[in-house]
Design a binder for this molecule. Structure first.
Ligand code: CU
Length: 68
Protein backbone atom coordinates (compact mmCIF):
# COMPACT_ATOMS: atom_id res chain seq x y z
CA UNK A 1 0.00 0.00 0.00
CA UNK A 2 1.33 3.42 -0.96
CA UNK A 3 0.25 6.73 0.49
CA UNK A 4 0.87 10.05 -1.19
CA UNK A 5 0.01 13.62 -0.25
CA UNK A 6 -0.48 16.28 -2.90
CA UNK A 7 -0.97 20.00 -2.63
CA UNK A 8 -3.92 21.00 -4.83
CA UNK A 9 -4.14 24.82 -4.93
CA UNK A 10 -7.51 24.89 -6.72
CA UNK A 11 -9.35 23.49 -3.70
CA UNK A 12 -11.57 26.27 -2.38
CA UNK A 13 -14.58 24.68 -0.71
CA UNK A 14 -16.26 21.46 0.42
CA UNK A 15 -17.59 20.80 -3.06
CA UNK A 16 -14.05 20.66 -4.37
CA UNK A 17 -12.96 18.13 -1.78
CA UNK A 18 -16.12 16.10 -2.36
CA UNK A 19 -15.59 16.00 -6.12
CA UNK A 20 -11.96 14.99 -5.67
CA UNK A 21 -12.89 12.18 -3.29
CA UNK A 22 -15.62 10.86 -5.58
CA UNK A 23 -13.48 10.92 -8.71
CA UNK A 24 -10.33 9.45 -7.21
CA UNK A 25 -12.26 6.72 -5.42
CA UNK A 26 -13.39 5.40 -8.79
CA UNK A 27 -9.86 4.49 -9.80
CA UNK A 28 -9.25 0.77 -9.31
CA UNK A 29 -6.74 0.24 -6.52
CA UNK A 30 -7.48 3.43 -4.60
CA UNK A 31 -8.55 2.54 -1.07
CA UNK A 32 -8.88 5.90 0.63
CA UNK A 33 -8.95 9.58 -0.25
CA UNK A 34 -8.87 12.45 2.17
CA UNK A 35 -8.94 16.10 1.13
CA UNK A 36 -8.74 19.15 3.37
CA UNK A 37 -10.21 22.54 2.49
CA UNK A 38 -7.92 24.50 4.82
CA UNK A 39 -4.58 22.97 3.91
CA UNK A 40 -5.56 22.01 0.32
CA UNK A 41 -3.80 18.73 0.84
CA UNK A 42 -5.09 15.52 -0.69
CA UNK A 43 -4.06 12.27 0.92
CA UNK A 44 -4.45 9.11 -1.15
CA UNK A 45 -3.81 5.46 -0.26
CA UNK A 46 -3.58 3.08 -3.17
CA UNK A 47 -2.28 -0.21 -4.51
CA UNK A 48 -1.83 -1.76 -7.94
CA UNK A 49 -3.12 -1.25 -10.54
CA UNK A 50 -3.37 2.44 -9.61
CA UNK A 51 -0.29 4.56 -10.25
CA UNK A 52 0.75 7.99 -9.07
CA UNK A 53 0.74 9.20 -12.67
CA UNK A 54 -2.85 8.06 -13.02
CA UNK A 55 -3.88 9.95 -9.87
CA UNK A 56 -2.17 13.12 -11.05
CA UNK A 57 -3.59 12.82 -14.55
CA UNK A 58 -7.11 12.47 -13.20
CA UNK A 59 -6.73 15.47 -10.90
CA UNK A 60 -5.48 17.57 -13.82
CA UNK A 61 -8.37 16.34 -15.96
CA UNK A 62 -11.01 17.47 -13.45
CA UNK A 63 -9.30 20.83 -13.02
CA UNK A 64 -7.51 20.22 -9.76
CA UNK A 65 -3.91 19.90 -10.90
CA UNK A 66 -1.30 18.98 -8.33
CA UNK A 67 1.19 21.75 -7.47
CA UNK A 68 4.73 21.03 -8.68
CU1 CU B 1 -15.08 24.25 -4.29
Amino acid sequence: MKTVTYLVPNISCKHCTHAIKMELSEIEGVSSVDADVQTRLVNISFDDPATEQQLKDLLAEINYPVAE
